[in-house]
Ligand binder design. Sequence first.
Ligand code: NFS
Ligand code: SF4
Length: 649
Amino acid sequence: MAEQSKKHSDQAWDSASVEVLSKAEKENIDTAFSRMETQKNQCKFGTTGVCCRICHMGPCRITKKSPRGVCGADADTIVARNYLREVVGGAAAHSDHARHLVLRLKKVAQGEGGGYEIRDEEALRRAAKSYEIEDENRSKEEVALDLAEKMLSEFTRQEETLETLKLAPLKQQSIWNTTEVAPLGIDRMVVESMHRTHMGVDHDYKNLLMQAFRTALADGWGGSRIASIVSDILFGTPSPVRSDANLGVLGEKSVNVVVHGHEPELSEMLAIAVRDPEVVAYAKSAGAEGVTLAGICCTANEILMRHGIPIAGSFLQQELALITGAVEMMVIDVQCCMPSLPEIAGAYHTEIVSTTHIAKTIGATQVDFNDRDALNSAKDIIKRAIDRYKQRDPNKVAIPSKKSPVVGGFSVEAIKYMLGGTFRKSFRPLNDALISGRIKGVVGIVGCNNPKTKIEEYINVLTARLIKENILVVKTGCAAVASAKEGMMKPETALEQAGEGFREVCEAVGIPPVLHMGSCVDNSRILEAATEIVLEGGLGDDISQVPAVGVAPEWMSEKAIAIGCYFVASGVDVILGQPFNITGSENVLNYLEQEVRPSFGASFHTIVDPEKAADKIVELLDQRRDALGINKRVERKLYDMKDRRELDV
Ligand code: NFS
Ligand code: SF4
């Protein structure tokens, strides 16, 4: 027994997950953690990237004895082609999500929005201005229609580069033009990359890798950016909001509905539906105290940011949430939803409901979501969950008690507001703090968790160390959920742990040292923040000069690879907690880790130890601070009164 719990505490950092993993083992339920054991000896050809399945003369595998595939492709070509295809997968996922939202905006603008509406007109008009769409004396519907059309053309444009790139600093845009990575239409980039990786087309690894950066930029400064902009228009720009995170948010006596996936449209409606008096009364008549809605993965982040709906967990807690035995329904849509869910649900009374025709899972109930009557559809789904409550078996229920308070909702607008106040919304105080050295730099920690290592250990160890080093940490995706569960996004606790100069700034402004900036498509918000820093002045004229670093500690998805690439191409160094599947080609590895530096002023770094990653981050930030000539006060010294006055932000 002790051995068992030791095994589980080697698998997951947080005690709630460890508790449920033990329950899973007792009940003989398979999870990603146990399946990882059975998949342990992963194929070396796959992990080094030298397996090619692109044509049917193969599959070919590169070894010392067989250095070329049947067609003559060598390890460099094969590795680079595989890598580009992964970036394509990631860019396509984010961008298709964006497309769905833009089409929704168009319907709303045409008066066919069903229950959807333009909830944030200011965000609409802000976006219209940035795309140079006339908005004076025009109704919000007229403006929204033009904006939706303009955004749809971002997917289809054939010969011109993306309009959305213009949201980047001017110098950044010129870097992309010089290096020839400024992307054309999003769909065109995806198709072109698939073409170029077809058998017998692009074989030059450098050319393929540059296309990976170009396709990724079509995601970060195209699809993802558009997704965040439209989400804010339709559902509201996030502002700070309190909630709780971890499996302990599930209610012992309430009907638990967990939303999981990525696209916020349905979960937005569910968030409204659970508050409906009729729904609450229905739950009570079923013997429950009410309905608890909670989120997993990026859907969790979306509805936390806008409604303060609690987070049940991150990617690898999706199965664990079901194993608590207390979930009546899990509603899934696209991305990161495991096909194992219905089988686990079958061991309890849980129903898995899928609502989108592009993502069906065997064993899940397909519920047609009527988007013309979205709110009633959402209510019907919740009532269906309530009907399950009676089937809950109390003997199978064990909800971990652990949950931590979290403050989420840090959109760039919200940060500006907190820094400068309503009338002087501005990044100036942040830039000043960076220049004075009270904040050494900004680090974005993003991405997933991965059962290859003890989950969330790297993320939490690194985060704790960085804030001690006076580094502002911004987070998205499942990395954000990890910090939320750890209590690092609760200003009070985290402030105790932050370095002195940084803590003073946080206290003065009233922000936690670790900011929740949203879902993974909201990594575009991190680019937006970096742009604001450049535009505010004093820290260089493109993002590669800003003291900023990105980290994907426990990444697993293709989306994370695309994100890494658009960060690097935007001038942000990226640390990976585990390597890409590219080590079978020294040339490709060297290109991504070294040779791209002159092009973008940044590159990838693979560092599997979080403490060493922290050292590297400090070094990278110092290099940038040196180059800017603002690194005079790195050594802590006793300040005299004059110093203190200079330091005042
Ligand atoms: Ni991002 Fe969000 Fe999580 Fe990874 Fe999946 S949920 S899109 S891919 S696992 S961070
Ligand atoms: Fe083999 Fe070349 Fe076909 Fe790839 S494209 S499977 S290396 S023959």
